[in-house]
Design a protein around this ligand. Sequence first.
Ligand SMILES: Cc1cc2nc3c(=O)[nH]c(=O)nc-3n(C[C@H](O)[C@H](O)[C@H](O)COP(=O)(O)O)c2cc1C
Length: 190
Amino acid sequence: MSLPVLQVIIGSTRPGRIGPSIAKWVAEQAENHGGFHVEIVDLTEVGLPLYDEPNHPRLGDYAHEHTKRWSEIVRRGDAFVMVCPEYNHGINAALKNALDFLYHEWQRKAVGFVSYGGVSAGTRAVQQLKQVATALRMVPIVESVYLPFPHAHLSESGEFQPGKAAELAASAMLDETQAWTEATAAMRKG
Ligand SMILES: Cc1cc2nc3c(=O)[nH]c(=O)nc-3n(C[C@H](O)[C@H](O)[C@H](O)COP(=O)(O)O)c2cc1C
């Protein structure tokens, strides 16, 4: 049986961002976990403009090629991990924008969160993201990975190495994501 596809979404898009280093670490944790086929999805490469569809995403009637491409990518995912910074005590705009573009492609799929920032470690962004995920009929996973001051864990070569506690948190988040992915599989087929 083929493994479910887990997409690790890099939420930040600014030049010089730390998001890709953290996403690489998340993808490694997911590969080691063994329950998923893992893909990294970089919103910078997806290249969406500010939301510009004339119709509500529920209709799935997309006017633009960039939305159709984004729809195809997300449709392929069975579950997601959002790697999200916290900007001004909330969700960063690029990630919220990417979420708003689609509807059916997200629903009935589990979503785990890996957040980072200062002392708050992105917790406020995750709380907001859980609310948005619920509106999209996703299954937000309670077990999140919160990473305070992530730049302190970058090696000289730019590898993110946050240590054992973060690995354990990732393992718990991935176990629960896997459980909900299995539990909702029949709903996605229907
Ligand atoms: C516009 C902006 C707003 C920020 N607001 C917060 C914040 O509210 N809380 C926080 O912990 N860090 C905040 N930061 C610091 C980020 O946690 C830090 O820059 C982090 O590296 C951002 O992720 P990125 O490098 O992947 O973009 C902010 C950074 C930016 C650029």
